[in-house]
Design a binder for this molecule. Sequence first.
Ligand code: SF4
Length: 338
Amino acid sequence: MPLDAAPTATLLSATGLSITFDMGVGGLLARLTGAKRQQLRAVNAVDLTIASGETLALVGESGCGKTTLGRAVVGLYRPTAGTISWQGTDITDLASPARKSSRREIQMIFQDPYGSLNPRLPVSEVLKEPLRIHGIGNAAEQDARARTLIQQVGLPVDALNRYPHQFSGGQRQRIAIARALGPMPKLIVADEPLSALDVSIQSQILNLMADLRTQHQLSYLLISHDLGAVNHLADRVAVMYLGRIVEIGPRDDLFSRPAHPYTQALVEAIPRVGQGKRRRGRSISGDVPSPINPPTGCAFHPRCPKAQDICKSDLPALTALGDLSHHAAACHFPERQP
Ligand code: SF4
């Protein structure tokens, strides 16, 4: 069984997934100037699975590759290496029939509810557009589905006749969720779905996502830097650093017994009710290194309080922390599990 395997049926699996962006200095300019072509490896040899009905959270600092990975799952980026499978069928090739048929079942919610809805369309058309794209129902059935969807996200039916600019940020995110639900997906990739919202609204959207997961047997790939939200919704958590997964495991296990020094620092920075702004603990020194020129060995070594010589030369493999555990970390000196 793979290290990150979940106990129920696997919906999506990524194996050895890498996504590299060409940073542009090349061709004639490179020959004339002698400049080298630069490549940014945003996602580097990632393995993960998402089970049916499961929420897997991808966490890490800005620029760690989590959004790029989420977009590759949806089919917005073409992997440079590795494979993505959907219910056992390879969908890596974006032009393949298998990928095309998976598009209905994998939907996305974006970070910005202001920019992700077409301002020129009334909400009814926003919700019916994906139904038309995927050939779901006739006109009358699409009208009926739009009425159902808007109510499922807690908005009144008359919201269908209004335009996105007439709603608050939280209401727009509800509309975006309704649009994603329209084609009856099995997996929703939610990319920082709370970060553009007021704190007072965030918990409402989190609760809505949790309710919808139960009602529709949804799986989520939740991309977030907000570990409080992750703690509320996720079943398992994958921590990314410079394009790689450095720790993955069941939420409670990972939050209560983080093994990787980077995860430990993230967990210790989670705000706790009644404990002021932050718990006291280790903070992460320094900035995330450039993914164009990452450090050798363990990429976290320039910032790691436990770094030793081997960390500068040898890349640690993602390794299970116990015989029966689905909790794994990529560290030469992981915290021991009790
Ligand atoms: Fe720190 Fe070394 Fe572990 Fe990397 S491998 S996290 S540098 S102790």
